[in-house]
Design a protein around this ligand. Structure first.
Ligand code: PLP
Length: 392
């Protein structure tokens, strides 16, 4: 197959396919930031109004229930997840579900940093999902909605009872704005600005159900709590976090960019349009993969396949016969080759994942750009394979 692909002559209009920070929305330029409240205090009344607008417009666009609190917190999605783990875990036993690198990080936090004794881990290899039905809903649960490094997502919330006693703590950073989330089944949901809406990386977002707020107001963990993790004080939720009074200073340029993303999403027609764009991108990739002689999805089960961080493995028998180091070099070379051609940036799989390619297909990515990328992938693979065969 190595000589069947010639070099394409059309490049994607936007070659940015990184899984974070993700492509900016179509038509974005720095002019979108011209109203940023630079040089002003984030605690001034226009500063707080902008922060409050990020909260209120995110809540409206996502259809988050009225009785949930949405706040802006330090340190992007990582900060949001960790403040939830540090603030809420330990009140009950916890079940941790992991199937890729980020989920594994939350397990490590819980076992090695918080040192919780009553923790059960349910894991699965890259490409699979653990059996979520094993969750005992009298315990807390921690999981990612979309495993960004394996391209495997939770298909639905059917395994989460409405009348659970434990809290569901969900890192949903590469799912929010691109996938339907069953909000009433999720007690803590976190995301960042830099993912589906293509915002600048900065602060994170956290949504809390009334039961999560109750946990914060009735449980005080035994370990010290750094200021940037504190969601409650003296048995009361710190209300300011949920009305635009951030714990520490945010970049008002990043705030402006988050607002620009929301304006774009609202103008498209809201959440269904954003979800529809990502679904259409996955559909386009699926057609290409189904016709590919060398690429397949890492996620075998199509109901669990991510529509944002699409992870591909190489199925060519020649590749499968190589040793691990030789395999790992190939997607890296394809990434470098396509980067040098300005055809795509940042498509090598995550460092801990099996060797393969990862292509972001969230709402900011145009389907036409993916269609323009596919011939480059074929050409890149064939070129790298031919080079290696020649060197052998
Ligand atoms: C599932 C998941 N969790 C956490 C993170 C870390 O996010 P951040 O760097 O925004 O803190 C990422 C980033 O890719 C992610 O995909």
């Amino acid at each position: 197959m190595s000589d069947t692909y010639s070099k394409p002559d059309t490049r994607p209009g936007n070659p940015c396919f990184s899984s974070g920070p993700c492509a900016k929305r179509p038509g974005w330029s720095v002019a979108a930031l011209s109203d940023a409240l630079t040089g002003r205090s984030h605690r001034s009344s226009p500063g707080k109004a902008k922060l409050r607008a990020v909260i209120e417009r995110s809540k409206a666009l996502l259809g988050i229930p009225d009785d949930y609190r949405v706040g802006i917190v330090p340190a992007s999605d990582t900060g949001a997840v960790e403040m939830a783990l540090w603030s809420m875990l330990g009140a009950r036993g916890v079940d941790l579900f992991t199937w890729e690198s980020f989920g594994a990080g939350w397990v490590s936090d819980t076992l090695k940093q918080l040192k919780l004794d009553d923790a059960r881990v349910f894991d699965a290899p890259y490409g699979d999902l653990p059996d979520l039905a094993q969750w005992d809903s009298s315990r807390d649960a921690v999981f990612t909605w979309n495993g960004t490094t394996s391209g495997v997502r939770v298909p639905n919330g059917d395994w989460i009872p409405e009348d659970r006693e434990g809290l569901t703590i969900c890192d949903a950073t590469s799912a929010v704005f691109a996938m339907d989330l069953p909000w009433s089944k999720l007690d803590v949901v976190t995301w960042s600005w830099q993912k589906v809406m293509g915002g600048e990386a900065a602060h994170g977002m956290i949504a809390l159900s009334p039961r999560a707020v109750e946990r914060l107001e009735t449980y005080s963990p035994p370990w010290p709590m750094p200021k940037v993790f504190r969601l409650s004080s003296g048995g009361k939720l710190i209300e300011g976090i949920f009305s635009g009074e951030t714990i520490n200073t945010p970049s008002m340029i990043c705030v402006e960019d988050a607002l620009d993303g929301l304006t774009w999403g609202e103008g498209l027609g809201g959440l269904p349009a954003l979800i529809g764009r990502s679904a259409a991108n996955l559909a386009a990739i699926t057609v290409w993969v189904e016709n590919s002689a060398w690429a397949g999805f890492l996620a075998e089960d199509s109901s669990q396949r991510s529509s944002t961080s699409v992870c591909l493995k190489i199925t060519d028998p020649w590749f499968e016969g190589l040793d691990g180091a030789a395999q790992a070099a190939i997607p890296k070379k394809i990434d470098a080759l396509l980067d040098a051609e300005n055809a795509s940036f940042d498509i090598n799989g995550y460092r801990d994942a099996p060797p393969g390619l990862r292509i972001w297909a969230g709402a900011t990515v145009e389907t036409a750009d993916l269609e323009a990328l596919f011939p480059w992938l074929d050409w890149g693979y064939a070129t790298v394979k031919a080079q290696l065969a020649e060197a052998a």
